[in-house]
Design a protein around this ligand. Sequence first.
Ligand SMILES: C[S@@+](CC[C@H](N)C(=O)[O-])C[C@H]1O[C@@H](n2cnc3c(N)ncnc32)[C@H](O)[C@@H]1O
Length: 338
Amino acid sequence: MSSTQFQDQPFSSSYHAPVMWREVIEIFQDLRGVVVDGTLGGGGHSEALLHSNNHIAILGIDRDDEAIDFASSRLSRFGNRFLPIRSAFSNLIEVLTLPVVQTWMSDKPIVGGLFDLGVSSHQLEAHNRGFSFHARDSLDMRMDTDDTMTALSFLELVGEVELANMFRENGERKFGRFLARKIKIAVAQRQITSAGQLREFISSILPKRMLVGKIDPATKVFQAIRIAVNNELGELDSVLESVPSIFHVGSKVCFISYHSGEDERVKRAFTTWTKGNCRCPAELACVCGAQVIAKTVVRMGRPKDDEMSVNPRSRSAKLRAIEMIDPVTVAVLRGRTQ
Ligand SMILES: C[S@@+](CC[C@H](N)C(=O)[O-])C[C@H]1O[C@@H](n2cnc3c(N)ncnc32)[C@H](O)[C@@H]1O
C-alpha cells in the first residue's frame, strides 16, 4: 500500500486493511468493558477500537496462528487491554470459561462482539496457504493449519453431487454440475494437486467466452471450496446461536459479511432478535410468548466510495449491528394483552 492509502486507512497493515473501520469505531464508541474480536486477523479493527476508546479491552480470537502472532506483536503496546486466544469463534462459550480468560476479565463485563467474516488479505496472498491461484501452492486453504482436512483431501472425499450443489449455491449456476464432475475426475487421476493446477484446469474446460473479463472464472469455485474446507457457514451458525447467551443487555454485536450465504444468516438471526419470531396470525393476538431481545443499530451498512477505491476487497462487505435489550414480548409490543 502507498503512503496515501495509509493516511486514508490508518489501521491498515501489511497483513490486512480493516473494512468499515470508521463505522466499527462508531458502533463501539460508548462502551466500557470487554469487546470480543472473534476474527482478530491482523488486528486492524482491534487497534482501531483500542486506540479510539480507552474504556475497552479486547479479547482477540482467531483460529489462524499467523494472525495471532501478527496481531499480538502489533497490539502489545496496549498491554493488559489486549488478550489473544487461538480458537474458532464457534468455541466462544468455552473460551470464556478458560482460567486465563476469566482471570484477565476479572470483573470486566463483556460489552461487545465483532465478527469480520471470511479470510484476511494475508491468508489470500501468502504463498504457502493455498487460498489463491499461485502456481505452486498446495491445495490447502485451511485457516487452522492443525485441521486435518485440506482442500485437496476435501476434493478427494466430497461427492460429485454435493460439490455441484456447493458450486451452484456459490453462484456457479450454469456450470456447477459440469465443473464438479470434471474436477472430481481430475483429482482422482492426480491431474490436480496444486492451487495453480486447479485454476488452469478450470480455465481449460470452461467455454472461451467465460475467460474474458476482470474476474478469474476460478474465483467462485475457489471460494466455494474454501468455505467448505473451513466449515465457514457452520461456524457462523454456531456463533449466532450463542449470541443471546453471551451478550447481555446493552452489549453491541456487529457482523461484517462478504458473501450472500453469510449475510442471509446474520440477517435472519438479527430479524428474529429485533422483531421476535412470532408465528401467530397477524390478525390475532400473539399467544406464543415470542420475545424481542435486541434493537437495530446498523441495519445494513456498506463501505463508502472512498474506502472502496483504496480497498477494493471491501466492495462486497455488508455490516449489520444490534444492541441487546431487556426482553419484551411481542404481545406487549403489539399493544395487546394475552
Ligand atoms: C477478514 S479477516 C479479519 C481481519 C481483521 N478484522 C483485521 O482488522 O485485521 C478474518 C479473520 O477471521 C479468521 N476466522 C475466520 N473464521 C474464523 C472462525 N470460525 N473462528 C476464528 N477465526 C476465524 C480468519 O483466520 C481471519 O484471520
